[in-house]
Design a protein around this ligand. Structure first.
Ligand SMILES: *Cc1c(COP(=O)(O)O)cnc(C)c1O
Length: 473
């Protein structure tokens, strides 16, 4: 054995202690850590002929890169929809690497059963009936891909075709209808050979991102053959929900597959205050829910649920002599785009058992209260205005005066440099704006005070400079 590898093996306990030390330092400093860090230029190092060993590699990483890490796991990173990592999820994720199980076969480890239990806990959290079969994937994009792949298979069956076996040859274009789909649904359509242009936009209700269901019904009357409808369970700008019950009722009249993208909005089901938004979800054919957002488990983790497990297996089965027959009860390898994959169910299982329904209700309600509070401050501020009412955990707002793309960008660069909070830009109904998406268990009302101070101060400074600059030209 290589000498250095042998040395690390003998001292693995010390390496782990160093890691625990680094982790504790990072986590304790997190509240003061910049929310986001502008990356600095680096050089690409040489592959060493003789390695340096784990301790030295750790030290090298710390010296070369650690100061460039964002505080995205911390309490004031409100960009995109970024969750944190609960203590129990972290424990589970560390052990995921320690155990390094590959939950694809069902006869050599208990890991797939832990996965099934985690998914069962999740069904209970979201109020989904047991007929929904769940699978873990790497993120909501892959979950949308898995759902839409089944939808494609289902539509093709109507024409007596089987794209999993024969490809898309002979299949007419499949109408895909949605009002405010996430960008990843377009990506999934591109991967599935259906094309991004297959997506036909259904008008939204006035002043909303939610689908005008009457417009959907009209479009369904016009299309030939079965269609796919993608419903939103929480849009990224305003967390608007399509009326899932009303859409599901159209199934009595029209033939369509209902895919529900509830990547983070699905957590509405955790709170009696918001659960009505997910009413009707149980009528979906396939459902996307993210883990690394509001569940607060590390990247990369999401769930996909289906009512049509046989269609999922039809697409993703991986028959090979060495894996055994697919059989009555297909092993996990036959369900997902990946064959080998990490035991990502463990952090989810840990955090669900550790904090339970109450824990998740608290996180969801607290984050939503925080968003509502921020919305209130914005309403009363001369610097900002809301672009939409705050429904759940996302605040969509913009600068007063001239909210051009350049102005929003300039403001956000300054805010990022300030470091107290990280927000990302958007365009809402044609107006350049800013999003604050709160999905971290760690965020407190003290953090919200800090965020608001950072926003107000940065706006004052930016406006002053901006005015000076414009007056001088
Ligand atoms: C984040 C998100 C996605 C994509 O999720 P990834 O986990 O980044 O792949 C899809 N849909 C919605 C509604 C989202 O919020």
């Amino acid at each position: 054995m290589n000498k250095i590898l042998q040395h690390d093996w003998a001292h693995q306990d010390m390496v782990l202690e160093t890691v625990v030390h680094i982790a504790n330092q990072f986590l304790q400093a997190l509240p003061a850590h910049p929310a986001a860090v502008t990356p600095f230029p680096t050089s690409l190092g040489h592959l060493p002929e003789t390695g340096m060993g784990a301790e030295a590699a750790l030290a090298h990483f710390q010296a070369k890169y650690a100061r460039g890490l964002s505080g995205s796991v911390g309490p004031r990173y409100f960009g995109f929809v970024t969750g944190g990592v609960t203590p129990a999820a972290l424990a589970g994720d560390w052990l995921t690497a320690v155990y390094d199980q590959n939950p694809t076969a069902s006869h050599d480890s208990i890991a797939p059963q832990v996965e099934q239990e985690a998914l069962h806990l999740m069904r209970q959290l979201f109020g989904l009936p047991d007929l929904f079969v769940g699978t873990f994937v790497s993120g909501a994009t892959m979950s949308n891909f898995v759902g839409l792949a089944q939808a494609r298979q289902w539509v093709a069956q109507h024409y007596g075709l089987d794209p999993a076996q024969d490809g898309l040859y002979g299949l007419p274009p499949i109408p895909v209808l949605a009002a405010t789909p996430h960008a990843s649904s377009y990506k999934a359509l591109a991967m599935l050979g259906m094309g991004k242009r297959a997506l036909y936009p259904i008008t939204a209700l006035p002043g909303r991102e939610a689908m005008d269901v009457a417009a959907l019904a009209r479009k369904l009357t016009e299309v030939d053959g079965p269609a796919i409808v993608i419903a939103s369970g929480g849009t990224v700008n305003t967390v608007d929900f399509d009326d899932l019950e009303a859409i599901a009722r159209l199934k009595e009249t029209f033939k369509f597959w209902l895919h529900l993208d509830a990547a983070f909005g699905g957590f509405a089901a955790c709170s009696p205050r918001f659960a009505h938004l997910m009413r009707g979800a149980e009528w979906a054919d396939s459902i996307t829910i993210d883990g690394h957002k509001w569940l607060n488990v590390p990247y990369d983790s999401a769930m996909t649920f289906t009512r049509h497990p046989q269609l999922q297996v039809a697409v993703f089965q991986n028959a090979a002599a060495y894996l055994g027959a697919v059989g009555e009860n297909p092993a996990p390898v036959h369900w997902t785009p990946q064959n080998s994959r990490r035991f990502r169910a463990l952090p989810a299982w840990m955090t669900l058992l550790a904090y339970g329904r109450d824990g998740y209700r608290d996180i969801v309600e607290r984050n939503c209260d925080q968003a509502a509070w921020l919305g209130e401050q914005i309403t009363h501020s001369p610097h900002f205005r809301l672009l939409a009412p705050v429904c759940m955990n996302v605040v969509c707002f913009t600068l007063t005066g001239e909210p051009t793309l350049a102005n929003v960008d300039e403001f956000l660069v300054r805010l990022q440099d300030d470091g107290r909070v990280f927000l990302t830009p958007t365009v809402y109904q044609g107006v350049p704006g800013i999003r604050a998406a709160i999905a971290n268990w760690q965020t407190t009302s003290d953090d919200m005070d800090i965020v608001w101070q950072a926003l107000a101060e940065t706006a004052r400074h930016w406006r002053k400079q901006h005015t000076d600059k414009h007056n001088s030209v």
